[in-house]
Design a protein. Sequence first.
Length: 285
Amino acid sequence: MSEERELKISFLSKEEYVCPVCETAFHREELLTGSGRLNAGDLTDELHRLYVPSAKYGDVYPLVYQATVCPECWFASMDNDFRNLPEDSKPKVKQDQERRYADTERIFPNPDFHSPRGLAEGTASLYLALRCYDFFPPAFSPTIKQGIAALRTGWLLEDMDKKNPGQHYDWLSELFKKKADFFYNEAIRREQTGKESLSALKIFGPDTDKNYAYEGALYLSALLRYKYGPREDPVYRAAALDEAKRTIARIFGLGKSSKNKPGPLLEHARNLYDTIRKELNDNDE
């Protein structure tokens, strides 16, 4: 009995949640982090923290527990927004319910949000958050939150592909990273044109271990455009990469003026700047 308790990786919070859409009461699942459950590994160029499996707990995925999901109607969002869905958005979320079920089950067969989350349920929860932010107004900064949710979904789909090779999760991962490219760049565009502020987002992530703030969002808008942006039209790609290079240059300017900017971010930004510049120069020759 005590061994079973020790091997738990999550628990149900004491606080009761009530779904703002269907009024189902539930308790949110939270990750336990102590006793060697999380062994931090490398940081990828996408600012994704990898974790080394432990001999005792195996693979632990912190992102699995980030989205809050109603176990009945599958309304989902970041935790801070869950209870704050505007009143006039609730009928739209209700109307979307059957479609939400169907679209999710096409990718993740029979997800169960009443039981402890596995990797599939955790990935599905982020997908649900991504689509449910369609129902939040600009005051909630929904576009950048969709970008973060799409990127995290892509990361967990990579993990699903490692666990279940040959099931096309690698293709789906790239698809969601392409969605992340769109949402990140659209969020930056809206912020710069005054259509949608990013002020409702306090922690930009993109992962759970560190907040890379607005500079991280700028970097990812450039990186995702480079890695997952359209390639069919060489002229369009060259223009997009030139814009991405200018975005990275902004990070260098910010980095020179402050000693508080995260070192790993600047290192990845420099590498990306050099990579983009090389591709643009090669295309000019």
